[in-house]
Design a protein around this ligand. Structure first.
Ligand SMILES: Cc1cc2nc3c(=O)[nH]c(=O)nc-3n(C[C@H](O)[C@H](O)[C@H](O)COP(=O)(O)OP(=O)(O)OC[C@H]3O[C@@H](n4cnc5c(N)ncnc54)[C@H](O)[C@@H]3O)c2cc1C
Length: 377
């Protein structure tokens, strides 16, 4: 039986970032993925994700984001890949909207360059958006686009360069806890001193087999691309990443002349039966939004793709040791905002494996928040 220091289960962005960081820390690591790579069945595929330091009320993530952006730049250098487009992040809302107020406070607190933009200035600077007269804008200069597929591949390539092994098309069937953990897969059996579980939308099912029943809702997200009416209006030079209400949009990047605009929500699904639900009402909600707030776009999406969010009730991540078996470490419940923080997730999960004090306060990401009081020691 082959032995490793660490087996990481799940090669999405969180597992790949963790495997990469572990290997760079001298660990012998096996990264196991159930599907042949690359695949589009989980949460980490596609060409783009929004990144920003602005984190409204969740200041602990804003603190992490400052280092995360540095680590993304480091990955770019290590992999000789362009990953980050610094085109900014514009949020809009009324001045008394807690989201807007907290965003401004967070940016001020962390010394991040930003502009608070009046409605009349918004109209001049961003004629391609239309928000109510009471709304203002906040431009976070640190924000932009992460090239998701490229980033995922970069983590995996640098991981392999540091001696890591990736076995794809190999599903983990069973984990047998112990001082030495046994990992049974569809193809083989391995032993490891530690196992990291980063199985994305499959976390609820997977962790149940280890006695952990954590509240996570898996939702299908419809990823819509809307064609510009006039070419160039929503280019990256003119239009930053944008959040207003429950819809976010990105400048033309993936498909020429198309803006990606999506609802930050969707119907609950089983990740093994992802496409069994009807999402017409989601498309209709975004169509209505586009016609009201992004008037330079056609109102029928040209392309629709699918992705999955794994939501916790408080939208906080789960980053912790298994309560019973400390050598099993869990990264889950990334609640639709985990991409930008993947380098930090990799860093803190590595620290948990190495039994080091985590670099960041993880108190809001601990499993004990979901456990009955007798476990909350
Ligand atoms: C449409 C969309 C837009 C988003 N936008 C943003 C954004 O703008 N900014 C941002 O920061 N975040 C964003 N996110 C969230 C971010 O993409 C996710 O938080 C992140 O990708 C989660 O990664 P993961 O590794 O946890 O999950 P996944 O990518 O799903 O990876 C889990 C992996 O585990 C594998 N696996 C499962 N079970 C097993 C098993 N038994 N054996 C082996 N392998 C297994 C799966 O096949 C999968 O590959 C977005 C997500 C979506 C869907």
């Amino acid at each position: 039986m082959i032995s490793y220091d660490v087996v990481v289960v799940g090669a999405g962005v969180e597992g790949s970032a963790t495997a990469y960081t572990l290997a760079k820390n001298g660990q012998r690591v096996l990264l196991l993925e159930q599907f042949p790579l690359p695949h589009t069945r989980g949460s980490s595929h596609g060409q783009s994700r929004i990144t920003r330091v602005a984190y409204a009320s969740d200041d602990h993530y804003a603190i992490m984001m400052k280092e995360s952006h540095m680590l993304w730049r480091k990955l770019e250098r290590e992999s000789n890949t362009s990953i980050f487009e610094n085109c900014g992040y514009l949020s809009a809302g009324t001045p008394d909207d807690p989201f807007i107020k907290d965003t401004i406070t967070s940016l001020r607190t962390h010394g991040v360059k930003h502009d608070v933009i009046s409605h009349s200035e918004l109209q001049i600077k961003y004629p391609m958006i239309n928000v109510p007269a009471e709304a203002i804008g906040v431009l976070d200069h640190s924000g932009g686009i992460l090239k998701a597929n490229k980033a995922l591949y970069a983590f995996q390539e640098v991981f392999k360069r540091h001696g890591g092994t990736i076995n794809d098309g190999e599903q983990v069937i069973q984990i047998i806890p112990g001082d030495v953990i046994t990992v049974k897969t569809s193809k083989s059996t391995y032993q490891a001193l530690h196992v990291v579980i980063t199985v994305g939308p499959w976390a609820h099912k997977f962790l149940s087999s280890l006695g952990l029943h954590l509240p996570m809702k898996v939702v299908r997200i419809s990823v819509h691309y809307w064609k510009e009416k006039w070419s160039g209006q929503y280019s990256m030079q003119k239009f930053p990443t944008f959040m207003y209400g429950k819809v976010y949009a990105m400048p033309c990047f993936e498909y020429p002349g198309h803006v990606k605009a999506c609802l930050h929500d969707g119907p609950e699904i089983d990740p093994d039966d992802r496409d069994a639900v009807n999402t017409n009402d989601v498309t209709e909600a975004v169509r209505k939004y586009v016609s009201e707030h992004l008037p330079g776009l056609e109102t029928v999406p040209s392309v629709t793709e699918t992705c999955i969010y794994t939501m916790t009730p408080d939208r906080q991540f789960i980053l912790d040791n298994h309560p019973e078996w400390k050598n099993i470490i869990i990264g889950a419940g990334f609640s639709g905002h985990g991409y930008k923080l993947a380098p930090i997730v990799g860093k803190v999960l590595t620290e948990l494996v190495l039994n080091k004090e985590p670099s960041y306060d993880l108190s809001r990401c601990r499993i004990r928040r979901f456990l009955p009081p007798k476990h909350q020691l």
